[in-house]
Design a protein around this ligand. Structure first.
Ligand SMILES: Cc1cc2nc3c(=O)[nH]c(=O)nc-3n(C[C@H](O)[C@H](O)[C@H](O)COP(=O)(O)OP(=O)(O)OC[C@H]3O[C@@H](n4cnc5c(N)ncnc54)[C@H](O)[C@@H]3O)c2cc1C
Length: 423
């Protein structure tokens, strides 16, 4: 196999992981270079893969995007998918003491009985002020400390804690204040009737197909069912499962790369278990996203068909979302479904079908001190880009992984150009 480092054409580049980061790197490198993606599962897309039902596809983990996701929106345009973008209303609520409380419009927030008028005014002022706060300064402060000092214990417990529980489970109190501040900024695209969220006509599977088709048409190779088990450096070259390459981009969690023989510092991650249900009827009174305050084996119920049009699916679709740090119980799916049936008065025969997706590396745990840890994650000569990268701090997202994937590709293209100039 002729590898000739220094030539700007036909560099051999391996990409570990076929999620958004890996696909975007490959999309930017495959015209002009020999790119090979290694993906361990039988499908590409990573956290953005879908179940393929007879009539439609539906993401295994609920997804939407935001008007600030500039690079993702640009990518959709390049792929000819702008016509498929829908801006939809994302309504929210909370489940507390056995009741659903809608919390989308100012009127609903005013009617919410678990906060006093004084607390509501404090909360509104805080939400306005916090949009101008620099989140990068808050890494070392815990969300609990930051919020109780600013808005008091009651607002923290009844308003923010359900959101934190739904995102971080048992780790909720130790999450860095940087996360919550950036979250408020991301989620501030809202009008009087709710938040404006992006979705794609018939879901994200069209996006995954379009980008992988572009990669293949440019000569890129995508290997599925191909876990990388070994990465090593020898002289000028890198070997991935014994295949030689000029450059390697790794998009997998640092601890997974470590298992491939690379000496790399670790970062804390959490897992996600997400049940998807097809239902005969709507359950949430028209609300898209409900965070749970009451104890449950899931942190949020997300009725997808209160967001995307029901007629695409012909049945109601519900997610039960849970994040975990320790291994989930083997009967987690049954536990989640039976608790949901009790809390939301759903009869088992109203459930048409159910699936569960479990991913141990669903996202970094943005605990206080994460930022410095993240900066120490380096491997000389190897390009890293993924949910753990700076582009995804302090909240991982599709946009962050698009940015990370593109930055990794640009780093390699710059190195190739520099070598060429030197020769
Ligand atoms: C429940 C949930 C909901 C989300 N909702 C949203 C949302 O609404 N909006 C938003 O912007 N973001 C959302 N996200 C975040 C978003 O999905 C991620 O930020 C993004 O998809 C991450 O892409 P990635 O390529 O960096 O990582 P991944 O998607 O994790 O890709 C990594 C890939 O590497 C593969 N891999 C692992 N080990 C190996 C190995 N040894 N060899 C080969 N391949 C390997 C994995 O199988 C995977 O395909 C959500 C995430 C979760 C978990």
């Amino acid at each position: 196999m002729g590898i000739s480092k220094g030539l700007s054409q036909n560099m051999r580049i391996a990409i570990i992981g076929g999620g958004i980061s890996g696909l975007v790197s490959a999309y930017n490198l495959s015209p002009g270079h020999n790119v090979t993606i290694y993906e361990k599962s039988d499908e590409i897309g990573g956290l953005l893969t879908s179940y393929h039902r007879e009539q439609y596809s539906i993401e295994k983990f609920y997804h939407h995007f935001f008007s600030r996701d500039i690079m993702f929106l640009n990518l959709l345009e390049e792929l000819g998918l702008s016509k498929d973008i829908l801006w939809l209303k994302g309504s929210t609520g909370t489940y507390q003491n056995g009741m659903i409380y809608p919390l989308t419009t100012p009127f609903e927030i005013l009617r919410y009985p678990l906060l006093s008028i004084g607390d509501k005014i404090r909360l509104a002022l805080f939400m306005k002020q916090v949009r101008n706060v620099d989140s990068s300064e808050l890494d070392l402060i815990s969300t609990e400390k930051y919020l109780t000092e600013r808005v008091g214990k009651n607002i923290y417990r009844s308003f923010f804690k359900p959101l934190l529980n739904s995102k971080f489970g048992k780790n909720a109190d130790s999450i860095s204040a940087a996360w919550v501040v950036s979250r408020v900024a991301i989620r501030s695209d809202r009008g009087i009737t709710g938040e404006r969220l992006g979705y794609l006509n018939n879901g994200f599977s069209g996006f995954i197909s379009a980008i992988s088709e572009k990669i293949r048409n440019s000569g890129g190779i995508i290997h599925t069912k191909s876990p990388v088990v070994m990465v090593r450096n020898e002289g000028d070259f890198w070997y991935v499962n014994d295949e030689p390459f000029d450059y390697v981009i790794s998009t997998i969690a640092p601890v997974l790369l470590k298992k491939c023989g690379i000496n790399i510092p670790d970062l804390p991650y959490q897992g996600a278990a997400c049940v998807t249900l097809g239902l005969k009827r709507s359950i949430t009174n028209g609300i898209y996203w409900i965070n749970l305050y009451d104890k449950a084996p899931y942190g949020a119920v997300i009725e997808h068909t209160c967001f995307a049009p029901l007629e695409w699916y012909g049945e109601h679709i519900m997610y039960l979302a849970s994040y975990y740090s320790e291994e989930p119980a083997s009967d987690i799916k049954d536990q989640m479904i039976s608790d949901f049936c009790i809390k939301f008065s759903v009869k088992p025969d109203e459930i048409l079908w159910s699936e569960i997706a479990i991913e141990p590396f669903a996202g970094p745990l943005y605990k206080s001190g994460y930022k410095n840890l993240m900066k120490s994650v380096l491997v000389p000569g190897l390009v890293l880009a993924g949910m753990f990268s700076e582009e995804n701090y302090p909240e991982r997202s599709i946009e962050g992984s698009v940015r990370a994937g593109k930055r990794a590709a640009m780093e390699i293209l710059d190195t190739i150009r520099e070598r060429e100039v030197r020769q």
